[in-house]
Ligand binder design. Sequence first.
Ligand code: AAL
Length: 360
Amino acid sequence: MISAATHRFQKRDEDNPWFTRFRYLPAPGLGYERGVVRRDPSCVIQVDGVYYVWYTRGAHPCPPVGHERATDTLPSMPWDLTDVWYATSSDGYAWREQGPAVKRGLAGSYDERSIFTPDVLAHDGRYYLVYQVTAAPTWRSTPESIAIAWADSPRGPWHKSSAPVVEPDPSGEVDVRAHPEQATIQGTFDSLRVHDPALLFRDGRFWLYYKGEGIGHSNMDSKWGVAIADDPLGSYEKSPLNPITNSGHEVMVWNYAGGVGALLTRCGPEKNTIQFAADGLNFQAQSTIIAPPQAAGALRIDESQNTAPLAGLSWGLSHVATYSSHGVVQGRDPLGLLANDEPWDYIIRWERHDRRPGFD
Ligand code: AAL
């Protein structure tokens, strides 16, 4: 006779190639700076011996003021009124901020308010950035979409898509003035917003993984979907199997053994797990982890080096989200926040930290 728990205890962490721990280091050049938000870093790519990363960056007159008080210059949230910038590094530890890669569009364009949360794919000598776009500050039921830009060099210039490439599903009923909870028709898991794009090339096609938020759900109810295209610039077709996870917040995926590895954090019953889908669609939890990096991007490696489950998760950058809705009280003088709280998000380095054998 064995207990139920003993029955389930099939593999010890130290014997599981999908288990890891993480440690964190500063990322000088992208660290904490008063007046500047840096967050949601992309994966890291190495080109001609130089590491590149892209991220959300905003230089704001004050920390976020909340939706009711946002203006043309005061941000509602840390990722409001931002652009995608990039930085380079020769060793992966110290970074040099280079400047904007993709900037907000002119008034009236689909990306006029903010461009943020990028990921990068290098493919066939070309570079693709996928990122979130908004035309208005994140507020109640305002929708959010995903767009793409391409360049012949990681230093740009970048050519933006003329329209978003993945949109919220039209199955819900959106009234931007209403609280999402008041929606009468909720629709699918991604009926309100599509977020956190991550682009992989596999099986000759482009797989754009994303996080969905549905009307009538909290943003902590997030799940992931995938949209697939023959051409990196689209058109992207959402998988009929979506949502393909029941958990997870910011998307982190990597190619492994013809399938896809995934790091799920923060939300849902399978939060803080590493998962694998041999077909890129049907994910199974492989390990439960602790203290994973938030909004992680990992070093992208060649298929030829993808010899172990976590080779695609060796090190990268993640963010420290200092903003909390408790810290931003609506109606409070935003400049007062400067003197008190200092919620400026910033970027750190994470590394896998296995300590095998002799694990502690
Ligand atoms: C993040 C991501 C998306 C959200 C916001 C900025 O961590 O999930 O990018 O829109 O928070």
